[in-house]
Design a protein around this ligand. Structure first.
Ligand code: NAD
Ligand code: UFG
Length: 338
């Protein structure tokens, strides 16, 4: 019996492989390395302390997926494989719909063919849009989603709910992530963005290591305590453990569940800068620039449902997230390299 992890060589997937094995699961990984380096494999195995079968597999291709299901008794799938760059999705909408939506449909078809009915899916807080007030709760209506990437998450959520209605054996745990940051405490796996990072934490850590001169703070005129945007940052290892709990839940229940994975605590951009400086003793120079298009004032989870249904809650604080990010950045100034 094994759990298939699609996109298991990526940022969140690599940490989830390690935590799944630590929790006693056998895992099998499928990744096409579109946004991962093969060097991550040996690091995952070293942390997991156990051999893991890795398949070069594009989830859009049944012919890539079928041999995996033939060779392993796959009981559940944790589905990370997808593209995630918001800006790129506005330029390449068809490619995003193809990869993120066709990929999920093909995966589910192959799962059904092999009698595998348990899926945990990576969704995003972005589906709440800007209309809903914080803290965001799962039963709130989804918001107006602003870009093709966000729409792929929304459509996938709907597809999985439809599948659960049509097939009463199917179980889909749809996890809405807030802002994952940090890295494994070993400093051997972490986030390895291509080029100049879009997201706050990798940008700060590249400023700290001297690759970038200063942080641009996107707007200080938001209605928050210091004028900068507020997010619910969650340690990637906490997030990974949320998946372990979600797989256990999916094994025991049928139907679709949408569940937030966040801490319930919000920090502004300047709070994060201060926490990073405190955790690392490194000054982060910054300049305030105009707001970034599409950004909202605040994204904050109500994490109650995750606690009630999954028995899961986040453990790590912001300082630990900063310290672990910095350890990863220092040990791997050029990411996984190849
Ligand atoms: P990532 O890019 O690091 O990992 C995704 C992995 O999927 C990569 O290893 C990539 O090579 C692989 N992949 C992509 N398309 C594939 C395909 N067709 N077949 C096989 N493998 C494929 O991203 P991540 O940050 O680890 O995110 C994982 C998932 O979580 C994504 O679906 C993403 O949209 C979602 N998510 C991420 C965040 C975030 O802030 N990181 C927030 C919300 C949701
Ligand atoms: N920010 C800066 N400067 C930067 C980068 C970010 O000031 O260089 C600010 C943003 O304006 C925002 C905060 O830092 O206020 C966080 O921004 P990120 O880009 O790190 O994260 P987002 O909240 O914009 O988006 C992330 C993922 C999305 C996902 C969303 C869901 O990138 O894919 O979380 O919560 F949809």
């Amino acid at each position: 019996m094994a759990v298939l992890i699609t996109g298991g060589c990526g940022y969140i997937g690599s940490h989830t492989c390690v935590e799944m094995v630590k929790a006693g699961f056998d895992v099998v990984v499928a990744d096409n390395y579109h946004n991962a380096k093969s060097g991550v494999q040996q690091r995952i195995v070293a942390l997991a302390g156990k051999e893991i079968p890795f398949y070069t597999c594009d989830i859009r291709k049944e012919t890539d997926l079928i041999p995996i299901f033939e060779q392993h008794d796959i009981q559940a799938v944790v589905h990370f494989a997808g593209w995630k760059a918001v800006g790129e999705s506005t330029v390449l909408p068809l490619a995003y719909y193809d990869n993120n939506i066709s990929g999920t449909v093909t995966l589910c078809k192959v799962m059904q063919r092999f009698g595998c009915h348990r899926l945990v899916f990576s969704s995003s807080a972005t589906v709440y849009g800007e209309e809903n007030p914080a803290p965001l709760r799962e039963q709130m209506p989804v918001g107006k989603v602003a870009n093709p990437y966000a729409r792929t998450k929304l459509f996938n959520e709907q597809i999985l709910q439809d599948l659960c209605i049509a097939n009463e054996k199917f179980s889909a745990v749809i996890l809405r992530y807030f802002n994952p940051i940090g890295a494994h405490e070993s400093g051997t796996i972490g986030e390895d963005p291509n080029g100049i990072p879009n997201n706050l934490m990798p940008y700060i850590s590249q400023v700290a290591i001297g690759k970038l001169p200063y942080l641009q703070v996107f707007g200080d005129d938001y209605p928050t305590h210091d004028g900068t945007g507020i997010r619910d940052y969650i340690h990637v290892v906490d997030l990974a453990n949320g998946h372990v709990a979600a797989v256990k839940y999916a094994m025991a229940h049928c139907g679709a569940q949408i569940i937030n994975l966040g801490t319930g605590i919000g920090y502004s951009v300047l709070d994060v800068v201060t926490a990073f400086e405190k955790a690392t003793n490194i000054k982060i120079p910054y300049q305030v620039v105009p707001r970034r298009e599409g950004d909202v004032t605040i994204y904050l989870a109500d994490p109650t449902k995750a606690k009630e249904l999954l028995g899961w809650q986040a453990q790590y604080d912001l300082e630990t997230m900063c310290r672990d990010t910095w350890r990863w950045q220092q040990n791997n100034p050029n990411g996984y390299e190849e």
